[in-house]
Design a protein around this ligand. Structure first.
Ligand code: 6GU
Length: 239
């Protein structure tokens, strides 16, 4: 998989070369490139933003550097991912969709946003997805791009050591994960639930499922009634 990042803060994305994705790069599974958007500016001050038409607070990112970056990198056939609080909420299902793509191009803008014509233009050339982490506001798209990357890259075949841990875990089953325990069996007066020491795999599986259900009902009742509503968020290429 190829991953490109367009940002005015390339250092913010340095963690990509360290942790989990770093290993995937070393193993040849990932081709990962971080690009400084200012490379595609031409004025003395390397300007990337300007005041909003119609007035109001904050600045909006000008479209020209994005357009030139798209031309130089070539975005045809890639999925352009634009982190924004007004995007489609990131879920495990969306992470799985993105993990099936050959190439993602992340466009990290400041939170006041990128001129909307950038999305419109990119969508005339390839698939574009505006993605949100949740109902809160970050200052820019970089932290969100890191989160999306980690959610996606760990799903790539050959990335994780233990494929079974992917299937069982939180959200893959639509439920929160059951609690985990390891040695010692008694710690500071706290016991591991005895069923886990019983050796009865049927009872253990039933107990874990019940724990997952109880936790989900208590903490995230919305997940018990969740139905996937994909489609309406995808912005397909024009032709
Ligand atoms: Cl994806 N971007 C920004 N800037 N803020 C966010 C977000 C994304 N998701 C939640 N808040």
């Amino acid at each position: 998989m190829r991953l490109d990042y367009l940002t005015i803060f390339p250092d913010y994305l340095a963690p990509l070369e360290l942790s989990l994705p770093g290993r995937a790069v070393a193993s040849g599974l990932l081709d990962l490139q971080v690009h400084d958007l200012r490379r595609w500016t031409h004025d003395r001050h390397r300007t990337v933003d300007d005041t909003p038409y119609g007035g109001g607070a904050g600045m909006v990112m000008r479209p020209e550097p994005w357009g030139e970056a798209f031309d130089d990198l070539g975005i045809e056939g890639a999925t352009v991912v634009v982190p924004t609080p007004s995007g489609r909420p990131l879920t495990q299902a969306l992470a799985r969709e993105l993990a099936a793509r050959e190439r993602l191009v992340f466009c990290c803008g400041r939170y006041e946003g990128i001129d909307q014509r950038v999305v419109e233009h990119a969508a005339s050339r390839t698939e574009v997805l505006e993605v949100s982490l949740g109902d809160y506001v970050l200052n820019g798209g970089e932290a969100a791009a890191l989160v999306v990357t980690e959610a996606v890259v760990r799903l790539l075949p050959g990335f994780m050591g233990n494929a079974a841990s992917l299937v069982e875990e939180s959200h893959e089953a639509g439920l929160l994960e059951y609690p985990g325990y390891t040695k010692p069996a008694t710690w500071r007066g706290l016991e591991v639930p005895p069923v886990l020491l019983s050796g009865d795999h049927g009872r253990i599986a039933a107990w874990r499922h019940e724990q997952a259900l109880t936790r989900t009902a208590e903490r995230r009742p919305d997940l018990l009634h969740a139905s996937a509503a994909p489609g309406e968020w995808a912005i397909e290429p024009a032709t």
